[in-house]
Design a binder for this molecule. Structure first.
Ligand code: HEM
Length: 146
C-alpha cells in the first residue's frame, strides 16, 4: 500500500486523538448487535442475550479496547502493514477460525462510531483515508487464510 504525506498525516492525527476506551467498546458492541452471528466467537464472554446485555458486558468492553489497540500495529508500520499483522492473522485464522468476512463488518462499525464521535471533523477526505487504512489492515489480517 502506498501512502501520500497527507494520508499519513491524517491517520496520525486520527490516532493521536482517538479515545480507545470509548470507541473500542462501542464499535465491538455495535458489531455484535447489528451482526449477531459474530457472537459465535465470543461464547466465553458470558451474557450477550440482547443489546443491553452486550453494551453492559465488561468483557466486550475490554476486548473492544484491545481490538482498537490492535490498529496501533498498523499505525506504527504503515509501510509494511502485512508484516505488522502476520501474528494476528495466524491467530484469527488458525486458532480462532474467524471468518474473514467479519473483519469488514467490524471495521465498518469502527468507522461509524468514529464518525459519530468526530461529527463534522470527520470529512469525506478523512473518511476515505481512514477506510483505506482499515482496508489495508483487514487485507493483512486475511493474509494467513488459505
Ligand atoms: C483476539 C485484533 C477482528 C475475534 C484479538 C486480539 C486482538 C485482535 C489484538 C487479542 C490477541 C491476543 O490476545 O494476543 C483484531 C483486529 C480486528 C479483529 C485489529 C479487526 C479490526 C475480529 C473479528 C472477530 C474477532 C471480526 C470475530 C467476529 C477475536 C476473538 C479473539 C480475538 C474471538 C480472542 C478473544 C478472547 O477470547 O480473548 N483480536 N481483531 N476479531 N479476536 Fe480479533
Amino acid at each position: 500500500v502506498n501512502w501520500t504525506k497527507t494520508e499519513k498525516a491524517t491517520i496520525t492525527d486520527i490516532f493521536s486523538h482517538l479515545d480507545y476506551d470509548d470507541i473500542g467498546p462501542k464499535a465491538l458492541s455495535r458489531c455484535l448487535i447489528v451482526y449477531p452471528w459474530t457472537q459465535r466467537y465470543f461464547s466465553g464472554f458470558g451474557n450477550l442475550y440482547n443489546a443491553a446485555a452486550i453494551i453492559g458486558n465488561a468483557k466486550v468492553a475490554e476486548h473492544g479496547i484491545k481490538v482498537l489497540h490492535g490498529l496501533d500495529l498498523g499505525l506504527k508500520k504503515m509501510d509494511n502493514i502485512e508484516a505488522a499483522y502476520a501474528d494476528l492473522s495466524s491467530l484469527h485464522s488458525e486458532k480462532l477460525h474467524v471468518d474473514p468476512d467479519n473483519f469488514k463488518l467490524l471495521s465498518d462499525c469502527i468507522t461509524i462510531v468514529l464518525a459519530a464521535k468526530l461529527g463534522s471533523a470527520f470529512t469525506a477526505e478523512t473518511q476515505a483515508t481512514f477506510q483505506k487504512f482499515l482496508g489495508a489492515v483487514m487485507s493483512a489480517l486475511g493474509k494467513q487464510y488459505h
